[in-house]
Design a binder for this molecule. Structure first.
Ligand code: GDP
Ligand code: GDP
Length: 435
């Protein structure tokens, strides 16, 4: 399971710049997709030896009043959920009194702290660091987040501080299909899980007695095995308010990292929210297969249903490959179709592709439509081979591939998607230049 690192510090010290440097995804999968919103506060860093969740806590001024108190509570929640705290300070401002009160706060948590002295570009690093030596924290690293300098050292300092294993969610052999059910509070996640469990035989083994979040819920349905990754604590939830308190992007990210297929539940009676789109952005970042469960379909009249479908079509065009299933978790309708969509998405996501076949498909795609010339030269695409599954990854070797436009990447994606029937899963295309 993914460990969590929180970035904490005064406003304007460079936390969000550092966050961006750490979470920049390996390819432009999400950036290329109009309509996807990025989450400014939560992301996954994959550049080090071990991936982890990064939380940008926003500002903590050290003195909170009024509205700031609310923000401060959110920050404290993030500190609670993190295993390592990165305290970002500004080398140009030097040490300010607020820094001291923030540090006191961080120390109270008892968690390991790294001091990241940011904005050292153009300064003498040793001098810049010396001022913060009074903190007495040995793990102090110089940084220039804006120039992406020092981030590797920061990661190297942080990784050994993370707990060795957060093991309870590690995949196991007889898991079957690992499914994360995510969505906003009140979308109907617990109703769905309880409905699924109530209808079919529940393999009780490790459900009872598990008190720590999150848990794995084994499920067998129509002779197929699944493991539901329950990070919302839905099995134990008693009241609706509890759902609101328990909604945690961190847990959602962790469950996605473990899952193979993500079911995003949305409430048909509510407009699609930015948060739903943000969740989809995370699914794409993680490369997970996606099924969209449009819940509370019961009691809607024909007009309302049509309005809802239109809106989904308009706003979810960028994930048109994700199956939309209309269900009522409450009444149990549409669940068979939902499970079928999960199985299909899983099959597509884990499909093994062969090198020679991929290369032949690439040739065909290239012949029917070539990438536009770059200063008189056409980018060449020579051969392809598989680079992994879940998501299916296709590595394409050629020349001048840097210049291939997002539109051409999408063309190839669609081509491969149709050729291999990769419905329900994102596809990752990686270009490598041979010369
Ligand atoms: P936050 O409020 O802590 O999230 O700070 P931001 O990331 O928004 O950065 C505040 C300002 O500092 C912005 O104008 C950044 O461009 C600038 N900044 C961030 N990192 C660096 C850095 O490494 N060097 C310099 N010179 N400026 C930086
Ligand atoms: P969660 O926060 O995502 O786990 O949502 P819950 O499962 O707790 O559901 C929130 C509310 O929506 C509860 O009052 C449910 O009874 C209701 N609900 C869930 N599914 C449906 C559905 O399919 N139809 C209707 N009408 N209500 C539903």
């Amino acid at each position: 399971m993914l460990p969590v690192i929180a970035l904490v510090g005064r406003p304007n010290v460079g936390k969000s710049t550092l966050f961006n440097a750490l979470t920049r995804s390996r390819d432009a999968l999400v950036a290329d997709m109009p309509g996807v919103t990025r989450d400014r506060h939560y992301g996954v860093c994959r550049t080090g030896a071990r991936p982890f969740v990064v939380v940008d806590t926003g500002g903590l001024s050290g003195v909170e009043e009024g509205l700031d108190v609310l923000t401060a509570q959110q920050v404290r929640l993030a500190i609670d959920e993190a295993q390592v705290l990165v305290f970002v300070v500004d080398a140009r401002d030097g040490l300010l009194p607020q820094d001291r009160s923030i540090l006191d706060e961080l120390r109270r948590s008892g968690k390991p702290i790294i001091v990241a002295v940011n904005k050292t570009d153009g300064l003498d690093e040793q001098n810049a660091m010396a001022e913060f030596a009074v903190f007495g924290i040995a793990r102090t690293v110089p940084l220039s987040a804006a120039h992406n300098r020092g981030t590797e050292d920061l990661i190297a300092a942080a990784l050994p501080l993370l707990p060795e294993e957060l093991q309870e969610l590690a995949p196991e052999q007889d898991d079957g299909i690992r499914v994360a059910i995510v969505g906003r509070p009140n979308a109907g996640k617990s109703t769905l899980i309880n409905r699924l469990l109530g209808e079919e035989r529940l393999i009780v083994s490790d459900v009872a007695g598990t008190t720590r979040d999150p848990i794995r819920v084994p499920l067998e349905r129509d002779g197929k095995r699944y493991t539901l990754i329950d990070t919302a604590g839905v099995r134990r939830k008693a009241r609706v308010e509890e759902a609101l308190e328990k909604f945690s992007i961190i847990k959602t990210l962790q469950s996605m990292a473990v899952a193979q297929v993500v079911v995003l539940m949305i409430d048909a009676r509510e407009n699609l929210s930015d948060q739903d789109l943000t969740l989809i952005g995370h699914v794409l970042d993680e490369g997970r297969a996606l099924v969209i469960a449009v819940n509370k379909w019961d009691g809607m009249d024909a007009y309302q249903r049509e309005q809802c479908q239109r809106a989904l079509e308009r706003r979810l065009g960028f994930v048109a490959w994700a199956k939309q299933v209309f269900i009522s978790a409450l009444h149990g309708s549409g669940l068979r179709e939902l499970m079928r969509a999960i199985v299909r998405a899983h099959t597509a996501a884990t499909r093994e592709l062969g090198s020679s076949d991929l290369t032949r498909s690439l040739e065909r795609a290239y012949e029917s439509y070539q990438p536009p010339l770059v200063r008189g030269h056409a980018p060449k695409l020579r051969f392809a081979h598989p680079g992994g599954t879940n998501p299916p990854t296709i590595v394409i070797h050629g020349s001048r591939t840097k210049h291939i436009a997002p539109a051409y990447r999408r063309y190839l994606e669609n081509f491969f998607r149709q050729r291999y029937k990769l419905e329900g899963t994102p596809i990752r295309i990686e270009f490598r230049d041979g010369d």
